[in-house]
Design a protein around this ligand. Structure first.
Ligand code: FAD
Length: 466
């Protein structure tokens, strides 16, 4: 058994972990990062954000090429070479993970590969392919992330039942696929497989897809995709019977088919559970909730003063950019700075087609929290750029505090919504009001103009639309 002594150990090399490790090293702290994977980057780079976006890019090009037929340019039917698609996706991942490895070496952050568990409040044991290593540390940051939720009545051991990681492997393109769960991850992967040629059904237990977003926003998405996916809302799966010729799925609820439906693949995308209970944090004295979350204060410190936690395992939203910012705060606090993680808002984006993006309070949350609010929406049917792009289904919605007219939330559904959302996030963080946004000169013709125009509508300087 080998032994390493270090000022800081970071357990988990996802966006939270590597960001924390790099910031700590930049601040002069001797840092070791531990991950069970060979490559840095965690779920996000290896089997999450990045490979899914590489495949969504492929899907978008296919869909855009088809759409061109309406504008007088007809391409032939796409020929899919699944091996090449996979290679493209893998090359994107490898470019980024190699980049991280270089950045890590440059900063002299030591990478120990293996599965780490705490054995005390200053010791971690790592079980790697070259044997066991004991790491003695002054401070630790737990950044062990999350993993997909499994369901007891689903035969997860059947290779035709896949989770997001299985879906990203792109082994084949099933003829008929069921996406179980109408959240962001399920819909993104459904978008990819549909564009590549699968017939995709989506089943969601609640009465709308992406339940965290406002209904009016999601309605636009649902209307746009109604001919692309068969969406079954307020419906649940009660059994999956794995037979030789296919997976026979039984449904129950409002839109349930009356007999089992045969699928070639079932993608289970019903959420992710935190890995807090898998690292023996209790042996270090760190409290872990029944659900596997680790509680932290605004400096990302756990109940044990030299141990911090960040990312998916400290709570919702389980998003990479939240993990990154939390990682920076944890490293800075360890270096002696009095920093806090206290954002006014964290953006959420579904990179579907069209994209769905929201930030700050939703209308639903404003109502629940008793906030005196007003909202304004700008329909993209009145946007020159949306019309010129043949994509008028979108909408930009802004939520304002009624008394001060301050921007407190916003949502966009439409192409490039995720890229556009930053402006609303900045307005919220800066305490901008509707007038600030309305008087900001936006370039014409851009989709971003719709943010300025929604604010102008709220201020009453536009009273009618073309
Ligand atoms: P993770 O990225 O989960 O990394 C944790 C790491 O810890 C893993 O590498 C794991 O191997 C390691 N680990 C765990 N336990 C141990 C142990 N005991 N010993 C050693 N190593 C251990 N978020 C976005 O913001 N945008 C997106 O577009 C987006 N798309 C996604 C698409 C998919 C398909 C999925 C699955 C997720 C997506 N997410 C997205 C979520 C995002 O990936 C996570 O929020 C983010 O990765 C969380 O970062 P993290 O640092 O908490 O940990």
């Amino acid at each position: 058994m080998s032994e390493i002594k270090t000022q800081l150990v970071v357990l988990g090399a996802g966006p939270g972990g590597y960001s924390a490790a790099f910031r700590a090293a930049d601040l002069g702290i001797e840092t070791v990062i531990v991950d069970a994977r060979e490559t840095l980057g965690g779920v996000c780079l290896n089997v999450g954000c990045i490979p899914s976006k590489a495949l969504l890019h492929v899907a978008k090009v296919i869909d855009d090429a088809k759409e061109m037929a309406h504008h007088g340019v007809v391409f032939g039917e796409p020929k899919i070479d699944i091996d090449k698609v996979r290679e493209w996706k893998d090359s994107v991942v490898s470019q980024l993970t190699k980049g991280l490895s270089g950045m890590s070496k440059m900063r002299k952050v030591k990478h120990v590969q293996g599965y780490g568990k705490f054995t005390g409040s200053n010791t971690l044991e790592v079980d790697g392919k070259d044997g066991k290593t004991t790491i003695k540390f002054d401070n630790a940051i737990i950044a062990a992330g999350s993993e997909p939720v499994t369901l007891p009545f689903i035969p997860h051991d059947d290779e035709r039942v896949i989770d997001s990681t299985g879906a990203l492997e792109m082994k084949d393109i099933p003829e008929k696929m069921l996406v179980l769960g109408g959240g962001i991850i399920g819909l993104e992967m459904g978008t990819v497989y549909r564009s590549l040629g699968s017939q995709v059904d989506v089943v969601e237990f609640l009465d709308q897809l992406i339940p965290a977003a406002d209904k009016d926003v999601i309605k636009i998405y649902q209307k746009y995709v109604k001919d692309k996916f068969n969406v079954m809302l307020e419906t649940k799966v009660t059994a999956v019977d794995a037979k030789k010729d296919g997976l026979y799925v039984t449904f129950e609820g409002k839109q349930a088919p009356d007999k089992p439906v045969k699928y070639d693949k079932v993608l289970v995308a019903v959420g992710r559970r935190p890995n807090g209970s898998l690292v023996d944090a209790e042996k270090a004295g760190v409290k872990v909730t029944d659900r596997g979350f680790i509680e932290v204060d605004k400096q990302m410190r756990t109940n044990v003063s030299n141990i911090f936690a960040i990312g998916d395992l400290v709570g919702q939203p389980m998003l990479a950019h939240k993990a990154v910012h939390e990682g920076h705060v944890a490293a800075e606090v360890i270096s002696g700075m009095k920093h806090f993680f206290d954002p006014k808002c964290i953006p959420s984006v579904a990179y579907t087609d069209p994209e769905i993006a929201w930030v700050g309070v939703t209308e639903k949350e404003a109502k629940e929290q008793g906030i005196n609010y007003e909202s304004a929406t700008f329909p993209w049917a009145a946007s020159g750029r949306a019309i010129a792009s043949g994509r008028t289904e979108g909408m930009t919605k802004m939520i304002f505090e009624k008394d001060t007219h301050r921007v407190i939330g916003g949502a966009i559904v439409g192409i490039n919504a995720g890229e556009m959302l930053g402006e609303i996030g900045l307005a919220i963080e800066m305490g901008a009001d509707a007038e600030d946004v309305a008087l900001t000169v936006h370039a014409h013709p851009t989709l971003n103009e719709s943010i300025g125009l929604a604010a102008e509508m709220y201020e009453g300087s536009i009273t009618d639309l073309p």
